[in-house]
Design a protein around this ligand. Structure first.
Ligand code: MV4
Length: 663
């Protein structure tokens, strides 16, 4: 029995925070490690002590074993929790920990090694009586032997890299004629990716479900399972939605799969948390695929239906304590669903996005859990996985969990980056998923390029954006002004302060006039449409409005003057008011008109009629939104008229200055 005082968490982001949350609650001192890029990251601030382990690239920091070990020794840590990814399934690291007298919170190095090779793992699992996909996993790798084996297995079959994972080096082969070429390309891909060209062959299971069983084992030889997770909804071998239990599970099947998974763990003397992956065929047959020897990303869904804290259990068994749980103690209650919220652009083939999470406020609702490692203002850098957070919902029924998760995603405030939030809501909302019928083919079959394209705002969205922008700019402009007489307020518009916005949004342009009618009601005119918009509430970054009888709850973010981002039911739209920068010669018949970009107080006018200006000349200074903004010439020319006077109020779209363009 070892009782740790200090645990080093050799990871970053949400999982480092997740591990520390439990470890700190249990009274352990937590040491974080970080790269240059993560000096301000939440996991560093959360840690009781933190050690810089190198520059941003993972090879020189989070994957650098000697730096991590040195950090542990320097800070007096007795144990290292590797999280997932990075060093979590690195047998050499597990051995190095042991050699340094540190406890690796995970299984023994031999178990990691064994499960790191599909051929060896399968041979061992067959021995242990765990059902495996019929195939070939022999040492003889000659084409001749593989072609003969393929004939016995039958087609279609899968060629897989023995050292592989995540679908790399994997080929679906329809017939014998296609096999030699598939072997050749799989070998070269495997060698390149994993440093080994060893292959296995397996009968192909059509449209399988990915069902994995969570197992736990202690040093006393107790091993139990905590039920299964269904992770069938994947895209290019990246999990998108995970849930527990599996929607098509029966108690009888769970017992058989659970038993197989526990046998898998027992047969290799496993310690700690592990996941045994199976393919579940449409006929109810299941086959061992591989075992993940770490805590998995999707462990929260298991926690939510078992009421257990998997990190606490990991620490307990790593200290040498018995699990203290028997199979009969495990009961599954309700249903949990998790989605992975990523900074990525679904419209650009899910390209990762970098930048800053400007606003992050996860929804707070019954049965909701958000595991994140970011805060407002935090950078999402190109060096690491672009996952922002995991959103998890629990409910008595699957349908309740699904609804809670969709609503939780919609209510979450998230601005600054393009994310897959809309895609996640769409996936959770599909009939096939709602019916519990999604298999590994779900995303490919149900999402077309159109479904993944950038969402296009509707005129109503632009109207909402304009009203919110009008109101927020006006409030801050008025609050910041010295004296606002009715005479000044009426300047230029001769009545209501009507404002014009010309928004660029996605591939569209919206030309909008906003006219306040009093009591929070606005008339919004667009080319051939008119809306009546009422502001019911506007508070911080959320607004409740009513447009033509329909209530709308929206979130908004103003990243810079003249811009507004709007989130409506989880769909994000970005509007840029082009008027802010207009000095458009064509638009005003031979003259460049400089329009006020927003409501504000004109502080200074720096030019007079007759002045020659060039692009970039400062023309005026406007105070708005508690800041001063320079208004610059966007063309070369001569000042013809100057309408604005210092210390007067301007409305967005007012013509301040006219420039005769130089010829
Ligand atoms: C398979 C299979 C069908 N038959 N093996 C993909 C990644 C790796 N973990 C295993 N994978 C598969 N192995 C046989 N014999 C289909 C897949 C597969 C898949 C599995 C789980 C989740 C999503 C998937 C998507 C495509 C293919």
């Amino acid at each position: 029995m070892r009782n740790f005082k200090t645990i080093l968490i050799a990871n970053r982001g949400e999982i480092a925070c997740r591990v520390m949350r439990t470890a700190q609650a249990l009274g352990y001192r937590c040491v974080g490690v970080y790269s240059d890029a993560d000096a301000d990251a939440p996991h560093v601030r959360m840690a009781d002590d933190a050690v810089l382990i190198g520059p941003a690239p993972v090879g020189e920091s989070y994957l650098d074993m000697s730096s991590v070990l040195a950090a542990a020794c320097d800070t007096g840590a007795e144990a290292i929790h590797p999280g997932y990814g990075f060093l979590s399934e690195n047998a050499e690291f597990a051995r190095a920990c042991a050699d340094a007298g540190l406890t690796f919170i995970g299984p023994g190095a031999d178990a990691i090694d064994l499960m790191g090779n599909k051929a060896a793992a399968k041979r061992r699992m067959i021995e242990a009586g765990v059902p495996c996909v019929p195939g070939y996993e022999g040492a003889d790798q000659s084409d001749e032997t593989l072609l003969t084996a393929a004939g016995d297995i039958g087609f279609p079959l899968m060629v897989k890299a023995a050292a592989g994972g995540g679908g790399r080096g994997m080929r679906l082969v329809e017939d014998a004629a296609a096999l030699p070429a598939a072997l050749k390309s799989a070998r070269s891909e495997a060698l390149n990716a994993f440093g080994s060209d060893e292959l296995i062959l397996e009968k192909a299971i059509r449209r399988p479900r990915h069902v994995e069983v969570q197992v736990f084992a202690d040093a006393q030889g107790n091993a139990i399972h905590l039920g299964e997770r269904d992770c069938s909804v994947q895209r290019r071998h990246q999990k998108v939605i995970e849930e527990a239990p599996c929607p098509v599970m029966t108690e009888e099947l769970r017992q058989r799969m659970g038993h197989a998974a526990v046998e898998a763990a027992r047969s290799i003397g496993y310690l700690g948390a592990g996941t045994v992956e199976f393919l579940l065929g449409a006929d109810g047959a299941f086959y061992f695929l591989e075992m993940n020897t770490r805590l998995q990303v999707e462990h929260p869904v298991t926690e939510m239906i078992t009421g257990l804290d998997l990190v606490a259990l990991q620490i307990r068994v790593a200290e040498g304590h018995p699990l203290g749980l028997e199979q009969a103690d495990i009961s599954l209650t309700g249903h949990a669903i998790e989605v992975r919220l990523y900074a990525e652009d679904t419209a650009q083939d899910f390209l990762p996005c970098t930048g800053h999470v400007e606003l992050w406020r996860p929804a707070d609702g019954e049965g909701l859990r958000f595991d994140s490692g970011i805060e407002s203002g935090q950078a999402v850098s190109p060096f690491y996985d672009p996952m922002i957070a995991k959103a998890i919902a629990w409910g008595e029924t699957r349908e309740t969990a699904r609804h809670r998760l969709i609503e939780g995603l919609k209510d979450t405030v998230l601005f600054g980056l393009t994310t897959n939030r809309g895609f996640l809501i769409d996936a959770l909302s599909k009939e096939t998923f709602a019916a519990g019928e999604a298999t590994t083919a779900f995303i490919g079959e149900e999402f077309s390029a159109d479904d993944l394209a950038e969402p296009q705002p509707k005129p109503e969205h632009a109207a909402l954006a304009a009203v919110i922008q009008y109101q927020t700019e006006r409030s801050s402009a008025l609050a910041g002004s010295i004296v606002v007489s009715s005479e000044l307020l009426d300047w230029s518009s001769g009545g209501d302060l009507m404002s014009r916005y010309v928004y660029d949004a996605a591939d569209q342009e919206f030309d909008i006039e906003v006219c306040p009618k009093g009591r929070g009601i606005y008339r919004v005119a667009q080319s051939d449409e008119e809306f009546s918009v009422e502001i019911l509430r506007l508070q911080g970054d959320t607004a409740r409005l009513r447009t033509d009888g329909r209530r709308r709850d929206v979130q908004f973010f103003i990243p810079a003057p003249g811009r507004i981002e709007l989130a409506v039911e989880g769909q994000a739209f970005s509007f840029r008011n082009r008027i802010a920068f207009v000095a458009d010669a064509e638009e005003s018949a031979g003259g460049g008109r400089v329009l006020a970009p927003m409501h504000g107080t004109l502080l200074e006018v720096l030019v007079a009629p007759g002045d020659e200006v060039t692009t970039g000349t400062r023309l005026a200074v406007l105070e708005a939104m508690k800041m001063q903004h320079d208004i610059l010439a966007e063309i070369d020319g001569t000042i013809v008229t100057v309408n604005g006077k210092p210390d007067t109020q301007t409305a967005a779209g007012d013509v301040l200055i006219e420039i005769e363009p130089a010829t």
